[in-house]
Design a protein around this ligand. Structure first.
Ligand code: SAH
Length: 503
């Protein structure tokens, strides 16, 4: 019999996916149902690919009683439920009420703390909440007045008297009102104040002024929730400590288009430089239409002089198939190995295979000359392990040098249509600063999904970044030219090109 259900109230952290706890990640990996809020970074849902996802978000706002009822119902079905809440579950998130309902229903529950926006958003705006030279305490309160609350003004009278840093959550709607009220009750009008919108995310914005000026600044910049306000001398430290907003790609919304599994490295590097990354897989890899050629190649693998890999995916897919037939690496024989570039070579290294040849320029067709320089390829048997649809230039170049070439499809790419994180929807709604392309096929597949020229017409500020000439060629076929093309045709090269362009 299935064990009884359990509910984990998990703090998702303030926005930056990296601020989820290890315990939270472990529970997401195990969850059968994930019920998440608007404040939760949807990228975290990637950690729960197996789970049923229930979103309580924009346009589908569910009253608290309904959410609680839903959590109870799922738990009673025997499910492992992760209730994912922004920041820390117990800080202004009504997590306490949900836990009370679970306790009353005698359902097993645990609460996993999260990094609250209270501490994280000020940090990411360059503001430490305490500092010996400024204060020895901090106070957190909500600027949101409950409809029934009539003593608001009294509350501000008390707050105005508390020394130390103050952090105000949910204070945007009535910002003008409560800042005025604090001044009226004796707080210095020139108290430094900062507001941080969407803190810790790639969309973070912050403004700083004083208690007297902040409301006008926020209105001018159209700062909107979720945002919090910090009051106190510590705000002046942000000139020195604003590490997050000074990163090279901060504020740039960059689309990463790769396969579902490959995108992460580029995304990680861009996010680490402060970009707001929209990871939109447009392709996924599946087995080739016809498996006979690779089956034949595996049988006569020992007869080849060279194995040639032109992508990391080619390496992964080839060995997936190889190890289905063999369980000893020595069965690849005494062949030499060529790789198109460092990412492919790195993937081979994971299998403890060294590359004999890699061209100086990481372009498929350049492998031929590089191999021929290593040793004449005349009459040598060469096995190309590539995608099903690939340019004929490389085999032609090898044949022109006298090589005997078998062009073996190891995988094919097909369109990805799912949008689990909502990134595709965000792109179509709001556009982006950059769309990155890392291969000709990503261009074609992105175009198939979004109609690239039409998208650029709708968002004229959106620029294209290409990893190299082959990718740019695919853009040219659509009548488009990338604003930047990477000098080194690698992920690092592409990131460097974007950084240079943003500088
Ligand atoms: N439990 C959450 C807070 C929920 S109340 C936590 O611990 O962070 C919602 C309020 O939190 C918002 O109105 C806003 O004031 C603040 N908030 C949440 N996430 C935020 C973020 N990323 N940046 C700035 N403020 C945020």
């Amino acid at each position: 019999m299935k064990s009884k259900g359990a509910v984990y109230l998990v703090g998702a952290g303030p926005g930056d996916a990296g601020l989820l706890t290890l315990r939270g990640a472990e529970l997401l990996a195990r969850a059968e149902v994930v019920i998440y809020d608007q404040l939760v970074n949807p990228d975290l849902l990637r950690l729960a690919p197996q789970a049923e996802l229930i979103h309580r978000g924009k346009g589908m706002t569910m009253p608290q009683e309904d959410i609680t009822a839903l959590i109870l119902a799922k738990a009673r079905e025997g499910k492992t439920v992760v209730r994912l809440k922004g920041g820390d579950p117990y800080i202004f998130g009504r997590g306490g009420e949900e836990a009370e309902a679970l306790a009353a229903a005698k359902i097993h529950f645990e609460v996993v703390p999260g990094v609250s926006s209270v501490v994280a958003a000020p940090n990411y705006a360059g503001i430490p909440l305490t500092h010996r030279e400024h204060c020895s305490s901090f106070t957190v309160f909500t600027g949101h007045a409950e409809a029934a609350e009539t003593k608001t003004d009294l509350r501000y009278e008390q707050i105005a008297k508390i020394p130390g840093t103050k952090v105000v959550l949910m204070g945007m709607e009535r910002l003008a009102e409560w800042t005025r009220s604090l001044i009226a009750h004796g707080m210095a009008a020139d108290t430094p104040v900062a507001v941080v919108e969407q803190g810790t995310t790639g969309r973070q914005r912050s403004v700083a002024g004083t208690l007297a000026t902040i409301a006008a600044l926020v209105a001018e910049k159209k700062i909107a929730p979720p945002a919090l306000t910090i009051l106190g001398g510590v705000v002046t430290l942000r000139g020195k400590l604003n590490w997050f907003e000074s990163r090279p790609l901060f504020g740039q919304r960059i689309v990463v288009t790769r396969t579902r599994t490959q995108a992460s490295e580029l995304s990680r590097q861009l996010a680490e430089r402060g970009a707001d990354v929209l990871e939109i897989p447009t392709i996924k890899t599946v087995p080739p239409t016809n498996l006979a050629p690779i089956a034949d190649a595996l049988i006569e693998l020992n007869s080849y002089d060279w194995l040639v890999f032109t992508s990391p995916t080619g390496v992964t897919k080839f060995f997936e198939i190889f190890f289905r037939g063999f369980d000893d690496m020595r069965d690849i024989g005494g062949v030499r190995i060529a790789a198109v570039g460092p990412a492919t070579a790195a993937k081979l290294k994971e299998f403890h295979l060294k590359v004999n040849v890699m061209p100086e320029e990481f372009i498929g067709v350049k492998i031929a000359a590089a191999m021929n320089k290593y040793e004449s390829v005349e009459n040598l048997k060469i096995c190309l392990l590539r995608a099903e649809v690939a340019t004929p230039e490389l085999p032609q170049a090898l044949e022109a040098l006298g090589g005997i070439v078998d062009d073996i499809p190891c995988y094919q790419t097909v369109p990805e249509t799912e949008d689990r994180t909502g990134a595709a929807a965000r792109l179509v709604e709001a556009g982006a600063d950059w769309i990155t392309f890392t291969s000709g096929s990503t261009v074609e597949n992105f175009h198939a999904r979004f109609d690239l020229p039409a998208l650029l017409k709708k968002f004229p500020q959106t620029k294209l970044a290409s990893i190299g000439p082959e990718t740019s060629k695919a853009l040219a076929a659509l009548g488009l030219k990338p604003a930047v093309e990477a000098k080194a045709h690698t992920i690092e090269g592409l990131v460097a090109a974007l950084e240079k362009s943003a500088a």
